[in-house]
Design a binder for this molecule. Sequence first.
Ligand SMILES: Cc1cc2nc3c(=O)[nH]c(=O)nc-3n(C[C@H](O)[C@H](O)[C@H](O)COP(=O)(O)OP(=O)(O)OC[C@H]3O[C@@H](n4cnc5c(N)ncnc54)[C@H](O)[C@@H]3O)c2cc1C
Length: 391
Amino acid sequence: MSSRMQGSTLQLEADVLVIGGGPAGAWAALTAAAKGSNVVLADKGFCGSSGATAPSGTGVWYVEPEARQRQEAKMSRYLMGGRLAENEWMDRVLEQTYENMNRLGGWGYSFPVDPDGGIFRRGLQGPEYMRLMRKLVKRAGVKILDHSPALELLADEHGVGGAAGVSTQGGDPWRVTAGAVVIATGGCAFLSKALGCNVLTGDGYLMAAEAGAEMSGMEFSNAYAISPTFSSVTKTAYYRYASFYYEDGTVVEGAGSTKGRSVIAKKLLENRQVYARLDQAPADLQPLLRVAQTNFFLPFDRMGIDPFKDMFPVTLRLEGTVRGTGGIHIVDETCATKVPGLYAAGDAATRELICGGFTGGGSHNAAWAMSSGSFAGEGAADYAIARTACR
Ligand SMILES: Cc1cc2nc3c(=O)[nH]c(=O)nc-3n(C[C@H](O)[C@H](O)[C@H](O)COP(=O)(O)OP(=O)(O)OC[C@H]3O[C@@H](n4cnc5c(N)ncnc54)[C@H](O)[C@@H]3O)c2cc1C
């Protein structure tokens, strides 16, 4: 990889440039580097603590390779997503996710073990996961540019040939010319105030659209999550154990996490405050919920609220394409876009292929981030190698 300064501009040449250092970008960088490519990864924040996964715990669509289990796993979201998901893509993502999760275990990620010795691989703790990913990416020889948002893609005679941005720490510009670019800038939840979403302003969509890429499934991008009014944690899954009330303790009829969220929305729009209490969580499950999502409980603990016993005010936070499924349209199984040299992964890419019109939250998005990152990293590396060979 060549690197030089031109004036105050950092100039780098690479085979593959990855924009975004969440799970999708980290897996893309790792996979491209494993193919022998010189890789640069630029992140707007800090690769390892930036984006939606890093501060959260995520459920992962990890299913044993057993025919009946896989079929059930596919059918469930296929039906919820209006039968729009594609069988082949669901198979590929399930397979790649299974492989990547097992590799994480081999690389030192510490999965919980149950009393019978069974390893629980259906979830990841964001901070530990992303700390490990950063370490692996660095060890693979990838050059990481932290605090370095990409601002625009560069065109070359084939299509996309790099990107330019700025270091937010020193204010100096940077410019990376590359054989191929992977956009892994996450979704768009602009101004949502949801945890980890402060950096997710949809830059990748804009840059890709400017370069000629197409969007897909953007009509499925209106996901709203339940959150306490005093917190940024949008862990809607836990509200399956909630009952919803008015201030005087009477029940809000029809309100619920999965099917009754629109009832909550209507009440909030009528300026009626809705309260929740996780009073349907079985007593023996409550300690486990705490272990699985420590950061869910932090704001309650700070306020002296016991969410299993006390009512607390809730609101809905827009999570846009972070939980919705729309994104950059991909045209083949390498996660290539319509524009030569440009690839998309994670929330930046459409997840309709595995979720249809239903949210990817809960497990599918995490699986998609790691598998599409792997597909895009491999595709981008192959593309860059082929281009070098043609010169
Ligand atoms: C609170 C919460 C809980 C969640 N729980 C689950 C769950 O249980 N299961 C599940 O499947 N999914 C869950 N999700 C969704 C999941 O976190 C995302 O699908 C996943 O993080 C997507 O990974 P990503 O790498 O595409 O994007 P992100 O992890 O969001 O990373 C994007 C990265 O791109 C960087 N970036 C953005 N713009 C630029 C730019 N211009 N230049 C350079 N870098 C840029 C950002 O700094 C960031 O580091 C949850 C989301 C939230 C918010």
